[in-house]
Design a binder for this molecule. Sequence first.
Ligand SMILES: [Zn+2]
Length: 250
Amino acid sequence: MTASESWERIKFFAARGAFPHCALLAAPAELQLQAAADLAAMLLCEAGSGKDECAACRAWSNGNHPDLITGGEPGKPPTIGDCREIIRDIAYKPAVSSKRCALIFSADLMQLPAANSLLKLAEEPPDHGIIIFTAADENRVLPTIRSRAWLLSLPDGGRSGEETAPPSTAEEWEKWTEKNSGLEFDEFLKQFDPWISRLAGSGDYDGAWRAERLKALLSTGRLSRTMAIDLTLLALKEGIDFEHLFGDFW
Ligand SMILES: [Zn+2]
């Protein structure tokens, strides 16, 4: 699992220290515990590796960490009482790390009141907070949570082989624009994962990074398709760093 391309991508973005505040890790139940723990270790680590000698890494003990909060377990989602504790605990200042991380397991199996109680947290975590939901089936996660979270899928789920590069020439981009003007938004978004894999795989890390951040922004659903297309052209065709254009949009 850790050798999968998705995992390499996740590591790459975690190490850059700008991991989004809310992510949804889609993985089979038997992978969730280890994957979520590995991810939390990277996110809490000062250097983003999760396995060095920094204070945050040294603070791990038997799978527990003073800045780690867990709710539920794979196959057993947190109750609404657990969710209230998570909301309270993540608000505390980090003890060792510069972050606090909440792992919320089996978000696809959560009761509606429990899931609803986490909406505000998913939308506006504290500045130091990172919320990681896990789910075996991301399509069963409450859409209002899913739309706020950066979707990370493990393992690649048979996506390999259909990796497509983004358009490269002006002409290709023009055709792409025309085609995408009539595409459903979900279909539009689906193009990004293969692009990101392809860009990262070919060593274009800046391009992969821009595409990843762009996807995260577009996944919030706050932009119209026309804006989404324009922004994609700016970011991937022109190579412009678009994030400063948005300021507080994140
Ligand atoms: Zn460390």
